[in-house]
Design a protein around this ligand. Structure first.
Ligand SMILES: Cc1cc2nc3c(=O)[nH]c(=O)nc-3n(C[C@H](O)[C@H](O)[C@H](O)COP(=O)(O)OP(=O)(O)OC[C@H]3O[C@@H](n4cnc5c(N)ncnc54)[C@H](O)[C@@H]3O)c2cc1C
Length: 395
């Protein structure tokens, strides 16, 4: 069947674009990725892949190899800046309940593994999509910024937050919105005393610090604070980070000090108001191009992986492209958009600076019933491949 698409041209070799190309090629659908960057250097530091992403990776045969790259999270702990525990959540247990694990890993390792699974020959670097062409009685095509085009039966915009494909598809509706807070991320080469398997987040007044061991003795850390949009650090950011977080509980100071300044990545946090359609004609959006979200629930990459698995399955299961894209949107839009909204709400609460608010928030974190947390995470972590039967038939 394969929706009669012939060739799928994917703009963007991020987590979403690479996963989609892998999933499609496993189903016998020709797919090629066009990436703007001239070399693949993953931006960012660490990443958590929650159980839903691992289940989606299982559907395309990648769960085990990707899990082996990192470290399974056992517990998730919320703390005050003096180290006192506000909450403790058995993340591994909940992941097991839905049939998988939550994995903490280095982004570079994930990108390398995805590229390896796809085959570098299916990615062309240094090609920046500027938009697309989709006219009657002619194949669709990706248009590049040098004026050249590549024809395809389906064009997928997996080109991230500032997607050029989305710009054309939506007429640039819903531009990115800065959240009001920025982030710094780093990975150390030593544990610095961090507890293996423990994902932790420490709450201050309008700022946070997260710690996630990512395997092989390395630790991914992130700091979040309110800041004007577009502000940049003048030189080494660590003195400022130490001033802000250095007196917090161990091993926060040690983690900041152990990271070379050039390996600290600063990113302003943004999302966009949600879209209710992710496709038009022979063009579809995926990952951050479709539903960029603030990283507060650690789900942006996970949702891009879910998109890739569902879109590939829908294309294999339907004879007609409009039916496949309608199914993709039916299955994915409400779930991903719900997470965009939840992540935004969570981030806005975390960014509040008042002392009274902080006391109330800490009490809320401490006293939120475990059963409520459990149910919310089970819902978040579930993923059932809707096209498993079709996939099994083909592979
Ligand atoms: C601070 C922070 C922490 C995060 N933590 C997590 C986490 O723990 N877990 C999680 O699941 N998610 C996390 N995320 C979110 C996650 O990084 C994104 O959701 C994920 O990378 C989206 O993947 P993508 O492939 O859709 O887009 P991207 O990763 O943005 O990839 C898009 C690709 O397209 C390329 N591109 C851009 N424009 C063009 C163009 N015009 N033509 C061709 N190529 C183009 C880019 O170079 C890039 O390679 C975090 C995000 C941030 C900012």
């Amino acid at each position: 069947m394969t929706a009669g698409v012939g060739r799928v041209a994917i703009a963007g070799a991020g987590i979403g674009g690479l996963t989609l190309a892998i999933a499609l090629r496993r189903l016998g659908i020709d797919a090629h990725v066009y990436e703007r960057a001239t070399e693949l250097r993953p931006v960012g530091a660490g990443l958590s892949l929650m159980a839903n992403a691992m289940l989606a990776l299982r559907a395309i045969g990648l769960e085990e190899s990707i899990a082996a790259l990192g470290e399974a999270a056992q517990t998730s702990v919320g703390r005050r800046s003096d180290g006192a525990e506000l909450s403790r959540f058995p993340i591994a247990e909940v992941a097991r309940e839905v049939g998988s694990s939550a994995v903490l890993l280095h982004r570079a390792d994930l990108h390398a593994a995805l590229l390896d699974a796809l085959g570098a020959e299916h990615v062309t670097l240094g090609r920046a999509a500027a938009g697309y062409r989709d006219e009657a009685r002619a194949p669709a095509a990706v248009r590049f910024d040098d004026g050249s085009e590549v024809e395809a039966g389906l064009v997928v915009g997996a080109d991230g937050l500032h997607s050029a494909i989305r710009r054309q598809l939506t007429g640039d509706a819903n531009p990115p919105e800065y959240s009001g807070y920025t982030s710094w991320r780093g990975v150390t080469d030593t544990l610095c005393g961090a507890a293996p398997g423990q994902l932790s987040e420490t709450w201050g007044r309008g700022c946070r610090f997260g710690i996630a061991p990512v395997g092989r003795g390395r630790v991914y850390w992130f700091a979040v604070a309110n800041a004007p949009a577009g502000e940049r650090d003048a030189g080494d950011p660590r003195p400022m980070l130490l001033e802000r977080y250095g007196a917090w509980h161990a091993p926060i100071r040690a983690l900041i000090e152990a990271t070379a300044p050039e390996r600290v990545v600063r990113t302003d946090i943004a999302d966009r108001p949600v879209l209710t359609r992710w496709s038009r004609g022979r063009v579809a959006l995926l990952g951050d191009a479709a539903h960029p979200m603030t990283p507060n629930l650690g789900q942006g990459g996970c949702q891009a992986i879910e998109d890739a698995v569902v879109l590939s399955g829908a294309l294999a299961a339907h004879a007609k492209l409009p039916d496949a894209l309608a199914d993709y949107e039916r299955i994915r839009v409400a779930r991903a958009n719900g997470i965009v909204r939840d992540a935004r709400r969570f981030g806005a609460l975390a960014a509040r600076e008042g002392a009274l608010f902080q006391a109330v928030r800490d009490a809320l974190i401490r006293w939120t019933p475990a059963s409520l947390m459990h149910d919310r995470f089970v819902e978040l972590f579930r993923f059932d491949d809707p096209f498993a039967a079709r996939r099994a038939l083909i592979e």
